[in-house]
Ligand binder design. Structure first.
Ligand SMILES: Cc1cc2nc3c(=O)[nH]c(=O)nc-3n(C[C@H](O)[C@H](O)[C@H](O)COP(=O)(O)OP(=O)(O)OC[C@H]3O[C@@H](n4cnc5c(N)ncnc54)[C@H](O)[C@@H]3O)c2cc1C
Length: 436
């Protein structure tokens, strides 16, 4: 995402550009992340909706056919690398395959081939954090999960972040036995705790076993079956499963870049950059996307935005600073959970005076119509100025409606103005007025 966006912009401005990837071109989002995941979520949603409507006019007999859904998914992912190669060739961007590492301030090596450049943009993304436990090799990564030919009966997720919870919700709709082990005290730590609690209860109602304060210690394999050793709330546990999925977080993919050779400083959050997304220690180098310690969340639209900032600064000199107000984030569970702006906690920590509008909305028309028993919102509005500080939604279409709040926050639209807007009815957006 980030790399190809910068490359395309610089090439369009007449620069000579090369791009390198060690995997087929396309990046995580299109090949191993957002896009394929949401195709699977889409299948699971249809099934879930049909099931929710049982006894409400829908007779249900359908089930999720994993291999068929996977074939459908591949119709999206399979063409991507070739399309990208062709578009690079058409644009005149030199595309290289292989693992790149720095050999100098402004030179990288790929398969013993040396490339020198006036500028180098690091856009290597993120990779699963190492678990450092015995049997780590038996743990399935998100890349592998999104490419499984068949979905085993029992699936255990290590970690309770968005990757695990999204995959857990898909697996539950495929009638699999789901367990989630999460180290922290609550799932989906970046989201509003009250809405997360609603989702937690919903996920349990769907049949998932969720253990909090659970630390995985080892994974053993025996004839294809796995035994996961975990400490759950202080007690030793052994859990039998067919698949253990890594959902325990991702870290910047920098380990084998040999950053030291280029004097590029980095930390646990990635390549250290200034407000122009330029390396703090080597002005020839910029970074964008998940690999940059920019303060922006590791999300596709942020990677694209940072890439546009980097391209502008490369082409016209440093003048564009990255800013991250109103970046919406969504966990594509069923129903989805979405958030933008300040959390209630961070608003309090900042000493702001604001009012909180909070309701569970499963009795509202919009949820009852689709038989969704898990929905609600929390909106924070600043007392003095009537500005929307933050919005947190769970329920059908939360992933779309959150963008309205993002727009309100970024354009400084006051709550009363937003409340007075006319939205099409009956839509989820028409609930926004009641939320305010
Ligand atoms: C399962 C999953 C689901 C996700 N869902 C969402 C979602 O719904 N919405 C959302 O906004 N975000 C989502 N994300 C995050 C999103 O995919 C990333 O934020 C986005 O892809 C970051 O783009 P990027 O350009 O920084 O890196 P990437 O897209 O990861 O691209 C980096 C590329 O660099 C290559 N590379 C790494 N090191 C080297 C090297 N040394 N030499 C050569 N090539 C190298 C990699 O092969 C990779 O292709 C998801 C991620 C995952 C894993």
């Amino acid at each position: 995402m980030a790399g190809s966006t910068v490359a395309t912009a610089c090439r369009a401005a007449g620069w000579q550009v090369a791009i390198v990837d060690s995997l087929p071109f396309g990046g995580t989002c299109a090949l191993r992340g957002c896009d394929p995941k949401k195709v699977l979520v889409g299948g699971a949603e249809v099934l879930d909706w049909a099931r929710r409507m049982r006894g409400r006019g829908i007779q249900n007999g359908s089930r999720l056919d994993w291999p068929d859904l996977m074939r459908f998914k591949r119709t999206f992912t399979d063409p991507v690398p070739k399309d990208r190669e062709e578009s690079f060739a058409k644009a005149g961007i030199a595309a290289f395959h292989g693992r790149a590492h720095f050999v100098d301030r402004s030179a990288v090596e790929i398969n013993r081939e040396l490339l020198e450049a006036r500028h180098i943009v690091i856009a290597t993304g993120a990779k699963p954090r190492k678990l450092n436990i015995p049997g780590e090799q038996y743990v399935t990564t998100s890349d592998q999960f999104l490419n499984l030919d068949s979905l085993p009966e029992r699936i255990l997720f290590i970690g309770g972040g968005y990757v695990s919870m999204e995959f857990a919700h898909i697996s539950l709709r495929a009638d699999r036995e789901v367990t989630v082990l999460h180290r922290g005290e609550r799932l989906l730590e970046g989201f509003d705790p009250d809405l997360v609690q609603q989702l937690f209860e919903k996920t349990q109602r769907l049949g998932a076993r969720i253990h909090l304060q659970a630390e995985v210690k080892a994974v053993e394999e025996n004839n294809g079956a796995l035994r996961v050793h975990a400490q759950v709330a202080g007690a030793e546990n052994i859990l039998a499963t067919d698949l253990a999925v890594h959902g325990a977080g991702r870290i910047p993919d920098i380990d084998d870049l040999n950053l030291a050779a280029a004097y590029v400083e980095a930390g646990p959050r990635g390549v250290k950059v200034n407000e122009y997304l330029q390396s703090v220690s080597n002005p020839a180098v910029y970074a964008a996307g998940d690999v940059a310690a920019s303060g922006g969340p590791p999300l596709t639209p942020v990677a694209g935005y940072e890439a546009r900032v980097v391209a502008a600064n490369l082409l016209e000199g440093n003048h564009r600073q990255a800013s991250y107000i109103a970046v919406p984030t969504v966990a594509f569970t069923i129903p989805p959970l979405a958030s933008v702006g300040l959390s209630e906690r961070s608003a309090r920590e900042r000493g702001l005076k604001f009012r909180v509008h909070r309701e569970t909305t499963s009795s509202w028309y919009s949820s009852r119509r689709v038989a969704e028993d898990c929905s609600g919102f929390k909106v924070l509005i600043k007392d003095e100025t009537d500005q929307v500080l933050g919005a947190h939604l769970i329920g059908p279409h939360a992933e779309e409606v959150i963008n309205l709040f993002a727009l309100a926050i970024s354009s400084n639209t006051h709550a009363s103005d937003l409340r007075d807007r006319i939205f099409a009815y009956p839509t989820l957006a028409s609930d926004v007025g009641y939320m305010l």
